[in-house]
Design a protein around this ligand. Structure first.
Ligand code: SF4
Ligand code: SF4
Length: 114
C-alpha cells in the first residue's frame, strides 16, 4: 500500500477548511487569534467560538455549509494563517479521519487519483 504521507504536499484546495467539524482551540491560541484580529477577548469569544458538545473546549464557528468562519472561499485562503490553530497545522499527518483521502487534493495526488 502506498504511503500517502511520503513527500505529502498540501495542494491548498481548502477542503480541510470546508468540512463540517470542530476546530478545537487551546487557551494560548485564543489569545493569539484575538490579538491578531485586534479584538478584545470577549468580542472574539462571542463572535467566533462555540462550546464543543462535550463542553471540554471552544471551537471556531462554522458557516451552515461547513466552512470554517475564517475560510475565505473567494481567495481559497485562511484569514488567520499566521496564527491558525495547531489542529489545522497538524492535519492530515498527525490527525485525520476515515475518508479524508477522498477529499484532500494532496492525498489524491499521492494516490494517483489526480
Ligand atoms: S482556522 Fe484557517 S486553516 Fe483552520 S480550518 Fe479555519 S480557515 Fe482552515
Ligand atoms: S485538504 Fe489536503 S490539500 Fe487541501 S488544503 Fe487541506 S491538507 Fe491541503
Amino acid at each position: 500500500m502506498k504511503d500517502v504521507f511520503a513527500n505529502f504536499k498540501c495542494r491548498r484546495c481548502g477542503n480541510c477548511c470546508k468540512w463540517h467539524g470542530y476546530v478545537r482551540l487551546k487557551e494560548h491560541e485564543i489569545d493569539k487569534i484575538a490579538e491578531f484580529l485586534k479584538l478584545d477577548l470577549e468580542e472574539f469569544l462571542n463572535e467566533y467560538t462555540v462550546l464543543t458538545p462535550d463542553r471540554r473546549a471552544l471551537s471556531l464557528t462554522e458557516h451552515d455549509n461547513g466552512e470554517c468562519c475564517f475560510y475565505d472561499a473567494e481567495k481559497s485562503l485562511c484569514m488567520i494563517q499566521a496564527v491558525k490553530p495547531q489542529q489545522c497545522i497538524d492535519f492530515p499527518q498527525l490527525w485525520n479521519f476515515d475518508g479524508w483521502e477522498n477529499e484532500c487534493e494532496g492525498a489524491k495526488v499521492q494516490n494517483g487519483k489526480n
